[in-house]
Design a protein around this ligand. Sequence first.
Ligand code: RIB
Length: 322
Amino acid sequence: MILVAGSANLDFVVRAPHIPAPGETVMGRDFQTFPGGKGANQAVACARAGGAPTHILLALGSDVYATPLEASLQQAGVGLHIKRSSDQPTGTAFICVSDDAENAITVAPGANATLGPEDLPTLQGVTHLLMQLEIPVESVTAYALAARAQGVQVVLNAAPACPLPAELLAAVDILIVNEGELALMAAHQGTVKACLERLQVPCVVVTLGHHGCCARRGSDFFFVPAFEVQPLDTTGAGDTFCGALVAALCQGDPLAQALVQASAAGALACTQLGAQSSIPTRAEVAAFMQQQPSDQDPDPGQAKRQALRHFCGFPTQETPSP
Ligand code: RIB
């Protein structure tokens, strides 16, 4: 069983030609609200990926914004442990999505900030605890330590990045970051390879946008080039990757296979507007993967893998002759 402990936000999304620069006003177009929040998005991604029952610990306000967030999680089949705040509003996020599918997000945490160390439900039956950093870091640390003490795998998506206590990092089994977060965590501006080698966590996964993703487990490295899609909105794509990865690991898939599943789910999430609304089901990911060129085809698959290795600072490998 997977337990996600994290945030839920109602996303207020406006599309615009570009993301405003400091001091600039941009005329946007259509406006919509979507269920979001990194914790809730990742829980929905776990549940839609299938393979393991998923629960979430979250905090919501006593307001109308909470209703669509609960509904989206319930529709995805996520079990809910809700801390209800009477004096803080439900979390909200204000998102501008540009015509080139980039986004800028500001979060007003509200009730998310009330989730405390004492709120962790029983971990009986839980094999994987998945967390992010939109709830207080003291709570994330307490949950990680409790999980570690009970033999639960601790997975941390260190987003949004912030300085982390050493005792938290020491309790993490799998760390998932993007390129910027990796540099911050490693306190290093060198290559992806150098940053991955500096971190003491047993397994570190870094997502690299259109390049793909790379992981280090012990001294082994894994490379998965990105699936090609026409992006519309990348909001929630990283969360989809995290949820799909943990779901695959929870059902016993090897890391290499889980990374491919997660990459495919994350790529598909870029093709729809919104966070939870864009997260694909297991069947949609399977259909998408069937459309891809065979792994047996050494090119372009091999060329993409070499490009990814080069991007990460690894020497390119000899291509075996056919
Ligand atoms: O990762 C995307 C999410 O970040 C959005 O859904 C928004 O709520 C913020 O938490």
